[in-house]
Design a protein around this ligand. Sequence first.
Ligand code: ZN
Length: 302
Amino acid sequence: MNQFNDHQENKSLISLEKYKPIADDTAGVFSADHRYRKEATRLQECASNVRIHLNPSQEPTNTTWYCKHRHCPICQNRFSARWRVRLQWILRTMRAEGYKPHWLFLTLTVRNCPVTELRSQIQAMNKAFSRLTDRHALRHVHGSVRFLEVDQGQDDPETAHPHFHCLLLVAPTMRGGKDYLSRDRWAQLWKESLQVHYTPEVDVQRLNPEGQSVDEEVLRRLSYSTKPRVTIPEPAWFLEMVEQLHHTQRAIVTGQLKHWTERFKAANQDWHINELNVDPESDPHKRYRWDPDQGSYVEMSS
Ligand SMILES: [Zn+2]
């Protein structure tokens, strides 16, 4: 058996190797609670056997079984990669059709809440977001995609810190003209939308770097907003968070961006073709098996 090190040109196997140990640790957290045994097995089996296809006419590609669990770091990374493909297509098509998009990157937070109240807090944030975008001051926000992220509270480990990372498609006047809103104004509007008595932390960035590609900036913010979890939080907090996030959405698209994501879907029904455009049996391939003790993939003899 050979180590995978001979074949590091295959980026996807390298990224699997990065997230697989965290998936194993997460499976360990699930397996300690009898209600989550199934989840533990799913995560353990995620990408545990991988075939690297070495067809000379295309880039090396892999096939494996993904568990698609929301809290699996491998599948979170895949969620991020798929969003990147979607947004790259949208940005490219916008340019090709002469549309010059303008973007803001907005982070909306609330005060930390007990992790046991996470679901109702997220529901309140979703309602507040609708109220926010209905405001007259935001009439030039043409569309948005927002990603929910939840961290453990830093001061009190029994709390959670839910927040939204939002990419906003806006009119140019909002980026620097008469409809520009300062960070304080955004915070005030978010406060009113949340209907709370404190001023929440808000951050807003204009994506118009000089001499750099705006599209690259948008994709960078997307990667940041969808980054996989790379640490294992305290088990009791983690399992409660998992329970609370059930039936909540990771990503919500509104306005014109909804139209663009639907166009993407219609134009790219076979967009995962690279994964499927291989004959698993007859194409030349190498097989790897995850070895949790070594923390690496090990080539299997055919
Ligand atoms: Zn997975």
